[in-house]
Design a binder for this molecule. Sequence first.
Ligand code: FAD
Length: 818
Amino acid sequence: MTKKVVIIGGVAGGASTATRLRRLDEKAQITIIERGEYISYANCGLPYHIGNVIKERNALLLLTPEIMKQRYNVDVLVNQEVIKIDRQNKRVLVKRKDKSEYGLDYDKLVISTGSSPIRPPIPGIDSSRVMSLWTIPDTDKIKAYVSDSKVKSALVVGGGFIGLELAENLKALGLKVTLVEMLDQVMTLYDYEMAQLIHESLEENGINLILNNGVASFEDKGQGVNVTLKDGQVIYSDLVIMSIGVRPNSDLAKDANIATNQKGGIIVDDHMLTEDPDIYAVGDVIEVEDFIDKSRTMIPLAGPANKQGRIAADNIAGIKSSYDGTQGTCIVRIFELTAASTGYNEKYLQKQGLVRNKDYHTLTITQNSHAGYYPGATPLTLKLIFSNDGKKIYGGQIIGRDGVDKRIDSIATVMRLNASVLDLKNLEFAYAPPYSSAKDPVNMAGFVAENILTGLVKFSDWDVIEKNPDLQVLDIREEAERVAFSLDNTINIPLGQLRERFNELDKDKDILIFCAIGVRSYNALRVLRENGFLKEKVYVYPAGTRFYISTHYKEYQMEDHTAYTVTDSGHQSDDKAIASISLDCSGLQCPGPIMQVFENLKTMAPGQLLEVTASDPGFTRDIASWCRRTGNTLISNEKIGNSYVAVVQKGGAAVRVPELAGTDGKTIIVFDGDLDKVLASFIIANGALAMGRRVTMFFTFWGLNVLRKPNKQKVKKSFLEKMFGAMMPRGTSKLKLSKMNMGGMGTAMMKYIMKEKNVDSLDELIRKAQKAGVRLVACTMSMDVMGIKEEELIDGIEFAGVGSYLADAEESNVNLFI
Ligand code: FAD
């Protein structure tokens, strides 16, 4: 007897069921009922059609009802909605567009009704300018509105993957885009610190990112909408797109008394069968088994929906295949970044009551997408979470520019096969320099996991420094690297000198080791541990400075984007300075490019130009601050295609920073170490810089105390130098007012009032001055006289004699002695 199979919903799950079933059963009478106009379309491609990346609308239509009929002999009834399931009579009630209704009998029914975007009852949400993206007609509507109404701005509500894809694609159309997210991060699948990499990219690409804020109301205003946020701020936007999640289309099932969970997900067994032996359900509308812990969950994704459709078809055709759960592997592109994840994140484990280093471990590494020496390698950051015994991988998150997809798929596969984290070491991947490294990042994750499990290494939290300000931070990078980026109050011992300089470290205090990506830190940790430093007191900052900067990108943003603009011209500009030497550092990971620049400049004559090409995105930031701090001139700093190209002029005091060239610089001699005078000098310096003037501050005699680190440094001094050092104030917190000090009371009052009135503290003024490019020069002659050593002064300052100061003074029109 011919089996009548009715499928409700004709896109991912529904179309899969129909085509598979036809291949298994030529005789079945298969009917798809779809309430929309289209079946089997590429909903995942919709955001890219909006951004004109997928130019042809037809490319989204994978199968038409006609082709379904011709190729698969499947009847497709579009623009018809199933409004009731009559389980007793095994019949569905269908409503046509003209509102007429009819009944259709089934032997087997498949529900693949998907989900719909959530639109909460926010005042004003019914405005025609507040849209959602889910279907082809939604796409047509948004596209038409953007072009017909000459839309200039868009506000996307919700930072999930569709929200992010929309933000990127609307930006590609030239719109001013704001993304509003209620939580403190976008993409909740990622742990907070990993999401910072996405935030950084969004902001770098000009998205106005608003976190920790929801929408309170919408109000039509002129041609657009006034969006009032929960904190009261109002943002005008020509277009709003809601993208805050989905809910399953399960009302039909509920009305037919088919069991659903609390979220409305239809409950099915592993053959996709509901509690009714003749009704199957697949896709976004069902509750699935979580692959990892076998709990029940809901994960709306295209891959699972398609596979479930195939399994439902198998079972209808008599093949007992079963679905073994969803692990939530997914991937999204955010401008030049790709972010992918599989399984659980750490937040989820903690919510389940699991404790890091007791129940599970994490590792975070930065590795190149392929061999560093082959052009085009870019760093990717990989976080892996695994059980305390290493037998189970709970999840992985990877963010980078290239090669993210294959690494996440390897990890997802290993998880699927229930392999252990140590199996990652042994995976044999195809390798040639353009594709990978002999030790692939996934292998590296396995090696690091083994080191953690065997106690060879211990990692810190990504925010350990702010949580523990008294920590001894050992920066084992080379001097040239530290010029580009350094943290305050670190002990600087390059790895090569560590064995000779243990005595500079306090063995009783915790030591955090810091390097560019974490590899040298691990070596340093081993050196220390092998030399008697206690296991529990020495640990490594995960993934190094690159990760630190991205996770703290807000603090370092200004440095990048004020003095230098990174253009993305996509081609070399015509008026580009001609460099005498070209250096290709593509593939070299931080600190490689900076070290190469450093080495090459040594052999060049002052004034000569060096063009450097790098693939490491962090190079842009590094080269800007490196030049600023070393007295070399950054002529240009561009993004050209996927490369970062900087032209550096050796020296060039006359043109240190292009924007600030001229003879209207300001030089300030800071001679006195009184708090009020020093404050005044930094306020003037920052003000002059804000006016586009070049500023040099020359610290001499008592002024040197301003630059002293607050902690005592282990340096060799004569008896007299020690005495002198002990008598002088060490750092900003010890400076006193020149008048009305009153045994410290006046100074304390001044600091209190400054805080009350929101005046920056001296430390903040110094930090801002350094970041903005004020040249802080310590007079080497007075340092010698006063017995102050370089190591005792804060990072990021220059050491020079009076000649350097005079050279700057000659190009200045204001010279202050404070
Ligand atoms: P759908 O494919 O949504 O199909 C359900 C169909 O049922 C709809 O066409 C609907 O009109 C119809 N229907 C509902 N009720 C009735 C009724 N009563 N009568 C008749 N017809 C009915 N997933 C990924 O894995 N990766 C991605 O990159 C990705 N990107 C996406 C981008 C966008 C813009 C969207 C919208 C989704 C994206 N998804 C992505 C999610 C993915 O498309 C869904 O998980 C998948 O389509 C679910 O398949 P489904 O069959 O359950 O539902």
